[in-house]
Design a protein around this ligand. Structure first.
Ligand SMILES: Nc1nc2c(ncn2[C@@H]2O[C@H](COP(=O)(O)OP(=O)(O)OP(=O)(O)O)[C@@H](O)[C@H]2O)c(=O)[nH]1
Ligand SMILES: [Mg+2]
Length: 449
């Protein structure tokens, strides 16, 4: 799913996020590339426009362009815009069902063949796993074998089904099913209905009668993601005529474009609540805008990385650090602080994986070098005074530090040498202007570059 979109968006973002300084033109180019990708993915034009305007407005400001890591800031903006486009970070994707003492009702409706019956069973399975006691109500009385199909699925997941052979009125079947649910202490009715061919006519009236009889807690439109914008139009119309509480997008597994998922919320105002991801009854997932945005960006968890990095290294500290580097005032104390910052961020390997373009550049071996682990021990065994001025560390201090850190005199000496080399290198780099990548000095400090 989203294959092409992911490819194109992540290309555009990789380009920009690898830069330590970005210009307004970089932003506009990247947004343009993303816009084309969205249009190609069949995203509604209005949605694309809204997305583009919001992103540009937010990203071209000084705050972003002059921030520590503008590329990654931009990625975060794109991510957040995508999340809001997909339905926001609230909890409106969750089903609103009653407690177990009252019977909740979910009405499944949609066009012919969209996946209503399959999704009814998938939902029943899911609710059952959550500890509810679902009942499948067979209210599609038009299509031959519809009742049989639901019964077969229900048996597979061991969920009761209510059906009446030869019945003609769905509302009457519903009422009888409700009685059955009460008697058997079931708490959630999932009502499968007849597929509509068109929006108006007697079939629609039947659906409205059923809605009025059941007063459902959830009215879920089941729509085929592969139909793209038609699914969105359908949702809009159903919402106007019947009132929806949410949408289930099926056949997400076969949808390589993703336009429907991306347009639905903005165009219809209705939340996408579930996606069907295959023919199996387990292939059904609650929809999470933030996770989906991550998938579209194809960048793992880049956003939490940006947030974490901001927490750990704020702009002021970064500026101070840069200044120190320039003046060759960078001390062992600063180095220790940097190491600790990195540790705060969690596993270094994980962190680097989250940085676009970083994957594969640093091997596991590099990271596990004893060197890195020993560094903190050595630095912590020095006194503050020693860390402030490494020149005072003579042979006797060296052996004390080695003893304190469980290392050898040779290792302590090597670390100090490495530090001096780094300092010279950092000064050169600082003079050259900006750092090549990442928060100042992070990778350089650890000897990766
Ligand atoms: N790949 C895939 N196939 C699906 C998914 N959901 C449903 N299907 C398939 O789509 C076909 C139609 O599904 P149904 O559940 O019978 O659709 P319906 O809306 O109940 O159809 P009618 O009752 O005839 O209106 C079946 O072959 C399902 O296996 C999905 O998420 N992914
Ligand atoms: Mg059906």
């Amino acid at each position: 799913m989203f294959d092409k979109l992911t490819q194109k968006v992540s290309d555009a973002l990789r380009f920009i996020s690898g830069k330590s300084a970005i210009t307004e033109k970089n932003v506009l180019d990247a947004v343009e590339a993303i816009k084309m990708a969205l249009l190609e993915a069949d995203v509604n034009l209005r949605v694309v426009r809204r997305f583009v305007n919001a992103t540009v407005e937010e990203a071209r400001g000084e705050r972003v362009l002059r921030s520590v890591n503008p590329g990654q800031q931009f990625v975060k903006i794109v991510h957040d815009r995508l999340v809001s486009c997909l339905g926001g970070s609230g909890n409106e994707q969750a089903l609103k069902l009653k407690g177990p003492d009252t019977i909740s009702k979910v009405l499944m409706l949609g066009l012919q063949g969209s996946g209503k019956t399959t999704s009814s069973a998938k939902l029943a399975l899911r609710l059952k796993k959550e500890g509810r006691r679902p009942l499948l109500a067979a209210c599609d009385l038009i299509r031959p074998a519809a009742v049989e199909q639901l019964s077969v699925l229900a048996a597979r997941i061991d969920v009761p089904v209510y059906k009446e052979e030869g019945a003609a009125d769905p509302a009457a079947v519903y009422r009888a099913a409700l009685g059955y649910a009460k008697k058997n202490l079931l708490d959630t009715m999932i009502i499968d209905t007849t597929g509509r061919l068109q929006i108006d006519g007697p079939m629609m009236e039947e659906l409205i009668r059923l809605r009025d009889a059941a007063a459902p807690d959830e009215l879920l439109l089941v729509a085929d993601a592969m139909t793209g914008q038609s699914a969105v139009d359908m949702a809009k119309t159903f919402n106007e005529k019947i009132g929806l509480t949410g949408v289930v997008l099926t056949k997400f597994d076969s949808d390589t474009r993703g336009g429907a998922a991306l347009s639905l919320k903005t165009v219809t105002g209705t939340a996408l609540k579930f996606i069907g991801t295959g023919e199996g009854l387990e292939d059904f997932e609650p929809f999470h805008p933030d996770r989906m945005a991550g998938r579209i960006l194809g960048m793992g968890d880049v956003v939490s990385l940006v947030e974490k990095a901001q927490e750990v290294i704020n702009e002021k500290e970064a500026a101070e650090l840069r200044e120190k580097m320039e003046k060759e005032n960078f001390t062992l104390e600063d180095w220790l602080n940097q190491l600790r910052s990195v540790k705060k961020m969690g596993s270094l390997q994980k962190m680097l994986e989250m940085i676009p373009g970083m994957t594969g550049q640093i091997s596991e071996e590099d990271l596990n070098r004893e060197n890195f682990k020993g560094q903190e021990a050595i630095l912590s065994s020095m006194t503050r005074k020693e860390r402030a001025n490494h020149l005072i560390i003579g042979p006797s201090r060296r052996s004390r530090i080695a003893r304190g850190s469980g290392t050898s005199v040779g290792e302590v000496a090597r670390l100090i040498k490495q530090f001096e080399k780094m300092r010279t290198m950092m000064k050169k780099m600082a003079k050259m202007g900006k750092n090549p990548a990442g928060p100042p000095g992070l990778q350089q400090l650890m000897g990766f570059r």
